[in-house]
Write a protein that binds this ligand. Sequence first.
Ligand code: XMP
Length: 535
Amino acid sequence: MTNTDKILVLDFGSQYTQLIARRIRENRVYSEIFPFNVPFKKIMDFNPKGIILSGGPSSVYDKKAPIPDIRIFDLGIPVLGICYGMQLMAHLLGGRVAKAQKREFGRAELIIDDNSDLFKGIGQVARSKRQDTKGSSSLLTSHFSPFTVVWMSHGDRIERKPAGFTSIAHTENSPIAAMANKKRHFYALQFHPEVVHTDKGKEIIRNFIFSICGCRPKWTMKSFIETEKEEIRERVGNQRVVCGISGGVDSSVTAVLVHAAIGDALTCIFVDNGLLREGEARKVENMLRKNFHMKIRCVDASERFLRKLKGVKDPERKRKIIGNEFIRVFEEEAMKIKEVGFLAQGTLYPDVIESVSFKGPSATIKSHHNVGGLLKKMKLKLIEPLRELFKDEVRVLGHELGMQDEIINRHPFPGPGLAIRCISDITRQRLDILRKADTIVLDEIKKAGLYVKLWQAFAVLLPVKSVGVMGDERTYDNVIAIRAVTSVDGMTADWAQIPYEVLGRISNRIINEVKGVNRVVYDISSKPPSTIEWE
Ligand code: XMP
């Protein structure tokens, strides 16, 4: 990302660090998160127009307090410290930080004392006009309307400002809730402008990146696509690339982007493990083949997977078997392609941020799929063109690349697929029942216009049978549970309040149309303490 103005976020472990980067990118300015102890040279190479120091759980006086390279203050670029970042600035630039007598968590009223660039348009001098008798208006009074609600979360506070700083805002409990050294363009906030609870947070961030750092809003998906395509072409040269397609958003968008860069030098491999939803395999294959004219090798490996899963009831064993088998099938198929030098995969930004949250800077980077062995054996290098993007940015990218909304707005689907929704034993017959019921759930959810409002909706086949009566006969058949949740990131979730009529239609249709099911129940548990999946 060379031709665009950039803001660097140094991470000190705050749960909100990612949010800071997102807020900046929403303004079409590129931003990356580096761990606080990144080598100084990397910061210089990144060449940011400004630096933001994130919050964090530490106190600057902790023995193990995360401290950045102090030369960041000599780069001649603006710096904004947030919460711990503010205390760090005070500490490193000659001020004093101490435990606050009253810790401040949650909502607070900020009183702006100085109309600096950072607060431009917020709590400005409000001008009242009064008509005079001749009808012309004149400026009569000026008064300050300085209140705005902010989100606090701190135990320490600034006792003495560093030289050159002035206080620019206060709250009831924090005499210095914001401070600035306007000459050096250093700003610091005790509150979090990146969270939605801070009323004018977006404006404050905009003021920092545009008015103070002078960034231009040039980072668009179009420019991203062009830069990425060029980089992929340059790296790949005359070699070939393989890409595993799972049916999910990330791998499909990766494939379409790489294909846009190198065309037929990309071969996609789609492993049908027999655990996909109804028609899923065909839908993705058709989209990539027909709309994008890609080379795809489809491997029907369902027999293999089902054989390995026979009699396996334990969810974690199911996961292991499926993961290992996938690697094996993929490897066999990839070996058949000549001159492959690269493996493309859909790793996203949240997977690669070296977050220092709670674990220290050596926190492990999640490996997206277990492809280490494959890379070694075939001597492949990785291409991860989405590794700078957040999930919603990937959707925008897919849209920009001309992919159908139906594919890019898909609900997440777990790697082990229906295996962990077919509770206990997995057989072809049980999978068929589940697949039919699942299709009805999704169909009715979509018809009711609820699909886009939900994080996930699906059917689960339970390992119990219950008594029913159909016509004049008693039945002893399967039970289907419906699961539908709302969530922002899958970490926590609420059960969705689906209207009774929709639930009624789903239940009627499943019992009438799916042979072997005589009862449908709705799961009304939230996460935590439950999980989204049943296994
Ligand atoms: P839970 O059930 O833990 O799920 O609340 C959270 C999110 O993760 C998905 N999930 C998985 N995804 N492999 C995956 O790729 C898995 O083994 C797996 N287990 C759960 C789940 O669908 C939900 O979106």
